[in-house]
Structure formats: structure tokens, C-alpha cells
Design a protein around this ligand. Structure first.
Ligand code: GRF
Length: 207
């Protein structure tokens, strides 16, 4: 493949969600309105059948699939992991975006997509890893927090950081008001990182 055709080609992306899917929705909207170019979302996967995001993805005519994660409660492994890898291969997925996917990913998947899985987390990593990052920030009396897009490895929110956006925490902020501030920044950050990937500013193996 020549350099030009490689540059001109859209990157095939899958987005993994567990519930609301608002980050995913913003990405799909930005693609639809050409604010985000060079990204083709071909697949949305949810580990929760009732995820609101699944019906949003269908509205955008994106293939959306529920994967039954049983018997595991907190991780993607075994049969479900095999199914996910098969679907990603069917759709020639080159990059996986976790966006509110509330499960640990495991070795087979991380190996199959080494360096090609990214995640958004609602804190300035390495601070406040894991669940309820906004609550952790409030309880720690932090003066600022924000969001991070990072590569995914086998640890909990430990992969190499790609980009971050900060917000100030005021004295009267609580978990809810902080979450509102942070999610607005998430919407900006995730599409920005995807645009940087599509433009080759952030390097992803085999892309
Ligand atoms: C976001 O805050 C994201 O950072 C975290 O889970 C939340 C998902 O929200 N990982 P949504 O499903 O994108 O609305």
C-alpha cells in the first residue's frame, strides 16, 4: 500500500461500553458532523444488555453487540473474550476504545491488540485509579482533577498516558458537580486523541 492510500484510509475502530455511552455518542456525533475525520466506528460492544449506549449506537447505524460476560463479574475472559476477539477480526478493527467499559481486560485480548487499546478515565492519572475516581478526588480534598486517555495494559488504569485535561475543584464541589465538569472535558479529549491518532500524531502499531 502506498503512502498516500495509507494516509487517506480511515481507521477502523470498536468502542466498548457498559451503560450510558455518552463518550461514544459524542465521538459518533463528531464523525457524523465531520468534526472528527479519519475514524470509522464499525462496532460497539457492551457487556450489559440494557446499556443505553447500545440503542444510541443503533441510531447511528453502527453494528452493536451485547456480549454475555458470564460467568465473570468484573473481567472479560474465557468465552466472552474469544467472541469479542472474533468480532473485532470480522470487522477488521485496528483500534479499540474503551469508554465506560467497567471490566478488566485480560491477556488474550490485550495480546491480540497490543498497543491498540485505549481508555478514558475520569481523573488525572496516576491519581485516583479504579472506580469512583471523582468521589476519590473529593474525599482527598484535591484542588484539581480531570481526565486521562491512556493505553490499556493488564493493570488497572496503569497504561502509558496519551493526553489529559484538567478541571479545578472548588470548595462546594461534590461528586456530582465534579463529574459534570470532568465529563465535559472527556468529550473534548477523546475526540482530540482520536483525531491525533488519525493524523499520525499519536502512533499506534500497524496503523
Ligand atoms: C466516564 O466518566 C469515563 O471516564 C468512565 O466511565 C464514564 C463513562 O461514561 N470510564 P459514558 O458511558 O461515556 O457516558
Amino acid at each position: 500500500m502506498g503512502l498516500f492510500s495509507k494516509l487517506a484510509k480511515n481507521i477502523n475502530v470498536a468502542i466498548f461500553i457498559s451503560s450510558r455511552g455518552s463518550n461514544m455518542e459524542v465521538i459518533l456525533k463528531n464523525i457524523e458532523t465531520s468534526k472528527l475525520k479519519g475514524i470509522n466506528v464499525r462496532l460497539v460492544i457492551s457487556d450489559n444488555e440494557d446499556a443505553k449506549g447500545l440503542s444510541i449506537a443503533r441510531k447511528y447505524n453502527v453494528r452493536s453487540e451485547y456480549i454475555d460476560p458470564a460467568p465473570f463479574k468484573t473481567k472479560l475472559e474465557g468465552l466472552a473474550e474469544d467472541k469479542v476477539i472474533k468480532m473485532l477480526q470480522e470487522e477488521n478493527i485496528e483500534l479499540v476504545c474503551l469508554a465506560g467499559f467497567m471490566r478488566m481486560v485480560k491477556q488474550n485480548f490485550v495480546k491480540a491488540y497490543e498497543g491498540r487499546i485505549i481508555n478514558i478515565h475520569p481523573s488525572i492519572l496516576p491519581n485516583f485509579k479504579g472506580i469512583k475516581a471523582q468521589k476519590q478526588a473529593i474525599e482527598a480534598n484535591a484542588k484539581e482533577s480531570g481526565c486521562t486517555v491512556h493505553f490499556v495494559d493488564l493493570g488497572m488504569d496503569t497504561g502509558r498516558i496519551i493526553a489529559q485535561r484538567k478541571v479545578k475543584i472548588k470548595k462546594d464541589d461534590d461528586e456530582k458537580s465534579l463529574s459534570k465538569k470532568i465529563i465535559k472535558q472527556e468529550y473534548i479529549l477523546y475526540s482530540k486523541v482520536l483525531q491525533d491518532i488519525a493524523n499520525g500524531k499519536v502512533k499506534i502499531p500497524n496503523i
